[in-house]
Design a protein around this ligand. Structure first.
Ligand code: PEP
Ligand code: MN
Length: 338
């Protein structure tokens, strides 16, 4: 693959007007930067009562965008959707995180793509299939899905969209290391679930030497029928693009940056855990107050400390470090129970 791949467009295709207006806004801000236009025709949603995309009708709106010289992409989850999208001449298909968690579904999609490609190659325009990471941080399943899709003979790209609105750099690093030949794109929209975090995440493209990005862009995010909080406007995208283009790539530092991303991810988990622990500790404090129990319970703390220090020794951590950290955490807990 040559160059950086940019895929921009709304989460879901909502109406002809929304698709054409967003595509028009994107053309205006992207200038000479080539991009692929995305919009989900069929959205696998968590909640069954939320908007699911306009379905097959949306393929017609994507074809209209294609007539302006822009390649288009949509999400598929079933063989029927593959048939409809490939017959409509969609350029790129992506498999979403929920489908990626199910190897049987990925196999069914892959078989259908292969069948159309082998029996009726002229009928399709397909340039590549993209596979998002599964909703759970499972690098082996993501790698397995890449292999499943390679059986189609169509180029495959990976999309790192994180889990639970957090990046999973460790998982992505495993996939990047094992399959450096597979382009990996960043999806900062689903990775954060928050439009405000998208620009900062985009700098990871250069830091980690990724091959591009899939970003959710909507001409009016406040009216979006799905993923409204994470979609940015074409104007906001323009500012992001300027940041990316200005950002130097120093490939000598790429491996170090991956490792630092893993450290950042672990620190996030560590501090989230500490914050969650303090919250439970405050509830314990309320219980103690209601039952006239003093905050400091030396016997309980003694038990905790010796358990955690024994665990540390079994797991190659210095017991003195664990003692120090546990005491600091306990001190803060007591402060909150006063
Ligand atoms: C999407 O790209 O709109 C989407 C549903 O993504 P994911 O599968 O990553 O949630
Ligand atoms: Mn979305």
């Amino acid at each position: 693959m040559n160059g950086t791949v940019y895929i921009f467009g709304p989460c879901s295709a909502e109406s002809r007007e929304q698709v054409t207006e967003t595509a028009r806004g994107l053309r205006a801000v992207c200038g000479g930067i080539p991009f692929i236009f995305r919009a989900g025709a069929w959205k696998p949603r968590t909640n069954p009562n939320t908007f699911r995309g306009a379905g097959e009708e949306a393929l017609g709106w994507l074809k209209e965008v294609q007539t302006t010289g822009i390649e288009v992409a949509t999400e598929v989850a079933t063989p029927e959707q593959v048939v409809a999208a490939m017959k409509a001449g969609i350029d790129y298909l992506w498999i979403g995180a929920r489908t990626s968690a199910n190897p049987i579904a990925v196999e069914a999609v892959s078989r259908q793509v292969a069948e159309i490609r082998n029996t009726d190659p002229e009928s399709s325009n397909l340039k590549a299939v993209l596979i998002k990471n599964p909703v759970n941080a499972d690098p082996e399943l993501w790698l397995g899905n890449i292999e499943r899709l390679e059986k189609t003979g169509i180029p495959v790209m990976a999309v790192h969209r994180g889990c639970n609105h957090q990046p999973c750099w460790k998982m992505a690093h495993v996939v990047r290391t094992r399959r450096p030949d597979i382009p990996m794109l960043l999806d900062p929209s689903h990775m954060s679930g928050d439009a405000e975090q998208v620009p900062a995440l985009m700098t990871k493209i250069s830091e980690l030497d990724l091959n591009g990005a899939m970003v959710e862009v909507h001409h009016r995010p406040d009216t979006a029928l799905s993923d409204a909080r994470q979609q940015i406007t074409p104007g906001q995208l323009r500012d992001c693009i300027e940041t990316i283009l200005d950002f130097p790539r120093d490939i000598h530092e790429t491996e170090l940056n991956w490792l630092r991303a893993e450290i950042d991810e672990l620190d996030d988990a560590l501090w989230n855990t500490i914050a969650a622990r303090m919250e439970v500790s405050e509830r314990i404090g309320a219980w103690k107050k209601a039952h006239s129990v003093t905050p400091l319970q030396p016997q309980r703390f003694g038990q905790i400390l010796s358990q955690r220090m024994a665990w540390a020794e079994q797991n190659g951590l210095d017991a003195a470090l664990v003692e120090q950290v546990m005491k600091a955490i306990h001190q803060e807990s007591l402060k909150r129970q006063k």
